[in-house]
Design a protein around this ligand. Structure first.
Ligand SMILES: Cc1cc2nc3c(=O)[nH]c(=O)nc-3n(C[C@H](O)[C@H](O)[C@H](O)COP(=O)(O)OP(=O)(O)OC[C@H]3O[C@@H](n4cnc5c(N)ncnc54)[C@H](O)[C@@H]3O)c2cc1C
Length: 391
């Protein structure tokens, strides 16, 4: 079967990329190993995603934001970062950035559902569900994809959006730098007796980190990061014992806590592909850049990358030009690398610092927070990154 574009992985990145090609008049195959029912109506997976203003703008431009009910959007008014048991906090406030909240939280399954509905509404898009890609062969004129049932699809351009562990990336011969943090993130929604007031917290404790993401009502997404063995112990606790332990770790800032969802766990691995494109082949989403979630930028980068590539492909298709030209793919790669590498590299360093408990690191941890509050230009840059509109 021949297409203009084959997208491997119909997750939030793949579907966002396709949604950006609504008027390009291309024949696109989206392949995913999951079943159609799951892709169209995914269930809650524990991830509540913090979206920047730029991401919201791009999602609006490609019609995805309009599919997300207002009731599913929780504004973040302010963010506080604390270290150890000290009450001193590095503060980010929406007011410094202008009219918008600091960020908006939307659950991953709601984003997936909206992106999938938008993509499937586009003429020329086929969803090949329940199909696993077994091999990818980028080629000089056309690239091909072999499915587990032996059938072969071809297209001038193949896009991989198949998770940070991307089998397609490896099959296409693209290497990636991976960093396994040896830690596990446990996510769950919890109700609390004290209102969060729209404030998110990142608590760099000793031996663990704890993040609070404020959702509508007196509910927050609580993200606990622990070394692997300890995480297994926490996952084994009863819901009541887990809630008590989280209440204590938060020092009572949200009062009494109660679990209101299942706990889900994710291994923490950062991934950065050493190239984002080759002959008739490109990487987007976590397959290109798999961020550590502490700086809440993984999906924001997925959207930025999907848009950067879709914009160029759309322009080329409308002008009757080559949608897989080397110039086009190199320009996408350069733009996406420039946008992602500084934050990827600094996030890796930040995580190393705030998970280190040797005395010099403890001193530096406290210094960084205080310097962050005093050195206002740095704060303005971060607030601006979160609240700035898309160009
Ligand atoms: C706990 C947690 C919290 C997070 N919080 C934030 C946040 O606050 N802000 C933020 O911006 N980001 C956040 N992220 C990151 C964000 O969730 C990811 O960046 C984003 O979901 C990646 O989307 P993706 O489409 O690239 O990959 P995925 O969501 O992994 O989707 C990949 C798709 O590819 C399919 N697939 C895989 N292999 C194959 C194959 N061989 N054949 C066919 N199909 C295949 C899969 O079935 C899947 O549907 C968080 C992540 C985690 C784990």
């Amino acid at each position: 079967m021949d297409y203009d574009i084959i997208v491997i992985g119909a997750g939030p990145s793949g579907a966002t990329f396709v949604s950006g090609l609504a008027d390009a008049g291309l024949r696109i195959a989206m392949i995913d190993q999951q079943k159609r029912e799951t892709l169209i109506d995914p269930t809650y997976d524990g991830r509540d995603i913090a979206l920047s203003q730029r991401t919201v703008d791009i999602l609006k431009q490609c019609g995805i934001w309009q599919q997300i009910p207002d009731t599913e959007v929780s504004p973040i008014r302010a963010a506080r970062v604390i270290d150890g048991k000290s009450p001193y906090s590095l503060d980010f406030d929406a007011k410094a950035g202008g009219e918008h909240p600091l960020g908006r939280l939307v659950s991953n399954h709601i984003i997936r559902k909206a992106a999938m509905a938008t993509a499937l509404n586009i003429k020329g898009v086929d969803l090949l569900d329940g199909e696993t890609v077994e091999d990818v062969a980028p080629g000089e004129d056309r690239s091909s994809v072999r499915l587990a049932d032996g059938s072969v699809l071809t297209a001038p351009l193949v896009i991989a959006a198949d998770t940070r562990f991307s089998p397609a990336r490896r099959q296409a011969g693209i290497s990636a730098s991976m960093h396994d943090f040896g830690q596990v993130m446990i996510v769950a929604r919890m109700e609390h007796s004290i209102d969060h007031d729209g404030v998110s917290w990142e608590c760099f404790l000793y031996g663990s980190t704890l993040a609070v993401l404020p959702l509508n009502g007196s509910v927050s997404s609580i993200v606990l990061t622990l070394p692997h063995q300890e995480a297994q112990r926490w996952l084994g606790k009863s819901p009541e014992a887990y809630a008590d332990a989280i209440t204590r770790r938060l020092g009572g800032i949200l009062g009494d806590m109660k679990l209101v969802s299942e706990r889900t766990s994710y291994p923490l691995v950062g991934v950065y592909a050493n190239r984002f494109a080759g002959d008739g082949f490109a990487l987007i989403g976590d397959a290109a850049v798999g961020m550590h979630p502490v700086t809440a930028h993984g999906y924001n980068f997925c959207v930025a990358g999907a848009q950067a590539l879709a914009r160029r492909v759309d322009k080329a298709a409308r002008a009757g030009e080559d949608i897989r030209s080397k110039t086009l793919l190199r320009a996408y790669e350069a733009e996406h690398r420039l946008r992602t590498w500084p934050l990827y590299a600094s996030t890796q360093k930040l995580v190393q610092l705030y998970t280190s408990e040797i005395p010099p690191a403890k001193i530096l941890r406290k210094f960084v927070l205080r310097a962050g509050n005093v050195f206002t230009p740095a704060k303005s840059v971060i607030t601006g990154m979160l609240t700035r509109h898309a160009a």
